[in-house]
Design a protein around this ligand. Sequence first.
Ligand code: URA
Length: 297
Amino acid sequence: MGGKLPFEQLLKKDPSAPCTGQFYMINHHKDRRNTSIRRGPPPRQVPAAENPPWRLQRILAQSGLASRRKAEDLIRQGRVIVDGRVVTQLGLKIIPSEHRIEVDGRLLASPESKAYYLFNKPKGVLSTLQDPQGRPTIKDFLSQSRIKERLFPVGRLDWDAEGLMLLTNDGEMAQTLQHPRFQVPKTYRVKIRGIPSLDSLRRLQAGIRLPIGKKHQADWEMVKTGIDRSWLLITIREGEKHQVKNMLAAIGHPVITLKRVALGPLTLGRLAPGEMRSLTTQEIQALKGQDPTFPTY
Ligand code: URA
């Protein structure tokens, strides 16, 4: 799924604002994990799936369980059971919703019932599915897409912010990604007023107590500075409302613009505002890797 949605009709302005997507390195000083953001190839546009029946290995791959090749290995190894019978041949085509598929004794969730999309929420759009005041929401974009599943957004993004949002119908995954226990990193490219001193930036790193009480910590990377503006990458592992804006305001450098460029292993890449695409199998697997309780094969 891909392609530009009629964003201009929703916002009545030019949707083709450039998605900068420069190459940045983020210093995660604390855990030193390799979480660099790379420009990389443009995101793969996955075509909308045609109707089943589908090959068994494809069904396994689409469920996010394994790559297509690994799924074939699972079948050959006799680890896949369809309606109580072990299947070891690769040619079997079935309609997933009509059969019971087990892998290593675990029931496979129907691939039709799980969908994962990456959306670049534009500025001026609410990150919800409805608004009593009738302002544009993510729902407007979903209604105009060909996506059949009932997706919901994972987490929130301010009305005036843009960037990466995960849309899914996988409640378990959504909960995992938002649970504080998993500390899933979220990276924002922000433009702020002024040029912060190293001391101020170190305060972000050390943790800032916001008026709501809790101490919040952020990793930062200075991208560039202008005369009286700076551009930074800020990574947080919680998701308090207005957290990045509040933290930067607390060190005296209010945010002018904010764009989420990464969520856990997902990066926005060159997806333009208003566009969405389905996640690749690798991305789904990487997401599931965020939770050690997810089965991995
Ligand atoms: N922090 C903010 O201030 N706003 C967002 O939308 C997300 C993080």
